[in-house]
Design a protein around this ligand. Sequence first.
Ligand code: PLP
Length: 368
Amino acid sequence: MKIPFVDLHAQYLAHREGIDAAIAGVIERSAFIGGEAVARFEAAYAEHYGIAHCVSCANGTDAIYIALKMLGIGAGDEVITTAHSWISSSEAVSQTGATPVFVDVDDFYTLDAAKIEAAITPRTRALIPVHLYGQACAMGPIMEIARRRGLRVLEDCAQAHYATWGGQRVGTFGDAATFSFYPGKNLGAYGDAGAIVTRDAALAEAMRMYANHGQLKKHEHRIEGINSRLDGLQAAILSAKLPHILDWTARRQQVAAWYGEALAGIDGLELPKVRESATHVYHLYVIQHAGRDGLAAHLAERAIQTAVHYPTALPLLACYAARGFTAAQFPRAARNQSRILSLPIYPELTREMVQYVADSIAAYRCQP
Ligand SMILES: Cc1ncc(COP(=O)(O)O)c(C=O)c1O
């Protein structure tokens, strides 16, 4: 049996008619940049997600940058974020001229709320909790610290569409929240795409303006901005897919439950833990094993694709070498980076496929 890490084609085949019609409609109207399809998706996503405003942009990295800029973050400021994630959160902080300050992860792979206070200095302006792999950060404690210390909160929801903490959706806690609709994300476009959501109308307007050359009306540039726009094709595809996101999320959770049963009791394996107050939407299903690379090679031999998210903790990447970080400063992230392995997970995975992956992992454990 062949098990790819993701299978975007299977999803396309299941929803081909709606997606093809959406694409044809945009081409028919030649509404490639901005226009009705973009406005429709923004309104639909805000309503479906349950938040007042959605501002679309070119990708999830720009979304973080645009939000930080319009929250007034810049040179001389510090922004606290997680030590183990995709680089966008820290990269966007640096892009604004501010300095990313890394805090280690907790047992759930997310920003450790208990370690935030020690990282706060007089220059700290904001926190970026990243809801990594699809699980919410401890948003209660994080928001309490932010309120008490007067910090802005920008949630990175790129991997966590519709995840919740305490029954509330991620992305609705902070000042603003960013989403990526990269093709492999839980809600994915057919190219790069992103959005920012917020309750704050003035912030939404500022972000919309900044993302479109500083203009709300053509040729009225109130500020200098950037060009980070969602294109009509991506917006139409996302609108066609949006009605299915909760079903797909439930299927991911079902696949994770199957993995949980099938992998239980295999020696030396650590399965993902779910925070008591959270729902996990399983963008990724990440296990740990001391012999991670050997296990990955063994699974590859059985045509099972895996991946590592991410092989190097952010502070230990070459691009931050000048700051002299050490592994001892981020013990959990540093330990996880050589042990974590992401197994295939997507709505179309069957129980039989999950069992094949689990049996293959068990067989590795049995080898001398
Ligand atoms: C946690 C996280 N943040 C931000 C991003 C950036 O999204 P994009 O690739 O759309 O720029 C990603 C995407 O990989 C991500 O996983």
